[in-house]
Design a protein around this ligand. Sequence first.
Ligand code: FAD
Length: 504
Amino acid sequence: MTQHSKDPIKNIVIVGGGTAGWMTAAALSRLLNCKTTSITLIESDEISTIGVGEATIPPIVNFNKILGINENEFVAKTQATFKLGIKFEDWHKLNTSYLHPFGEYGMAMQGVAFHQLWLKYRNHKGVGSLDEYCLSAMAALKGKFLSPGPDPHAILSTISYAYHFDAALYAKFLRSAAESQNTKRIEGKVKQVVQDSQTGFIEKVVLDNGYYIAGDLFIDCTGFRGLLIEGALKTGYDDWSDILPCDRAIAIQTKSDTRPPPYTISTARQCGWQWRIPLQHRNGNGLVYSSQHISDSAASDILLSNLDEPTVSSPLTIKFTTGKRKKAWNKNCVAIGLSAGFIEPLESTSIHLIQSGISRLIALFPDTQFRPVEIDEYNRQTDLQYLQIRDFILLHYIATQRDDSDFWNDIKSIPLPDSLQQKVDLFSNKGKIVRHDKELFAETNWLAVFLGQGIFPATWDPFADAMPEEETLKAIKSLRAAIADLSNKLPTHQQYIDRYCRAN
Ligand code: FAD
């Protein structure tokens, strides 16, 4: 097929069978007409998947629902736990911590955002911390979990959650879903990508056993290699290491001796930060660091000396370049997953970027032709999403008061991109948070990190002053009491797993 073909797109070839490949195969095979479109996935057992990527954000719940996945079965089969947010330790300064919860803080009153009222009244007796107005936060801190109830007016409906899961088991789970919907899997290593000599469009991929697979649309899920999008199409990469200098990670798994908390833990270290992701059968751990500031062996020592349990795997060192492909969609090739770009996993956004890449592809699907208008729109939305996530991640670094290493001192001196500076200025003044064009992170996410990192506004929205003080305080305090009461009554996270979705 060429750029101008009138034939419908019939053959989709996905190269790569990691999380990206199987999420794409499962979604496309469920949503496209299998009678008219064939989907082939090629993967090589000789080339391992990245093997990390275990914490997610709330939109994945919907992705699984669209695929018709039963949540309890999925949680059992992937050794998953529930995630109500991320606890950040030592990020603002040493010996401090804060939670970035999923879910809303309070509710707007007479059109005034709840956090504005909290800013005005936070020093009054009985008002407490902002976390006390977020059910997800209170449940997380008490080790509780319950999925949101069906009544949209009940406080329980404000719980928002995601999962921690074993990435290899998730890919396996999706593989069986995709294969049952007619995705054909081919085992083999792609050794050559053949392009049309005129248009540069990819015509086929050739395997090391000499077989070839032709296609109309190719999806590059080959991970950091970017075998099609970069190896063949030479698309180019925007390198953002000057803004986010971490470029390596060491990952290791430990035995799980304790009940899993319903949140990820991210602890800032002298040279970067350490993650701890609790699963049912083990914990995922790792250190993200900057190789300009510390050697691999010193980084490994820091990680190993900060593990609480015995290890059950060998350390795996991964090199990466923060940034994104110049075009995620180039000619008849769409890069999804690590082949499209990577931003350090501080807010667990990579699997979401796979999900949103798939959604965009479905929304702009090329039925018979590859139209520049659709390709450009796909790339515009992808670029914007990467930029917005980059800014959100950078926010965690810039406001720190840590000055105990060159790493932190260097990071604090990085000039802010204008897009982030505008957000910081708006918030620092009157606590205003603007959410741009389809931005992934909502007001509550920005709020949690602004306040957690110690950025407090000079004052509050003047509309908060127009509300009657006594009545407003009464409403605020009764909401706090209701959330405290409900969070006490929820089952523990472990009880919920045992009751509904225990892995055998
Ligand atoms: P890979 O897993 O690398 O898969 C590539 C596939 O391509 C493999 O199947 C391989 O066999 C195949 N392949 C490659 N070359 C060929 C060839 N020549 N022929 C045939 N097949 C080939 N994301 C999150 O959302 N949350 C997290 O907490 C998180 N943590 C992370 C921590 C680190 C340190 C890193 C590096 C990433 C993390 N991620 C996280 C990202 C997440 O791991 C990836 O987004 C996800 O696993 C998708 O990877 P992938 O499928 O694109 O690539």
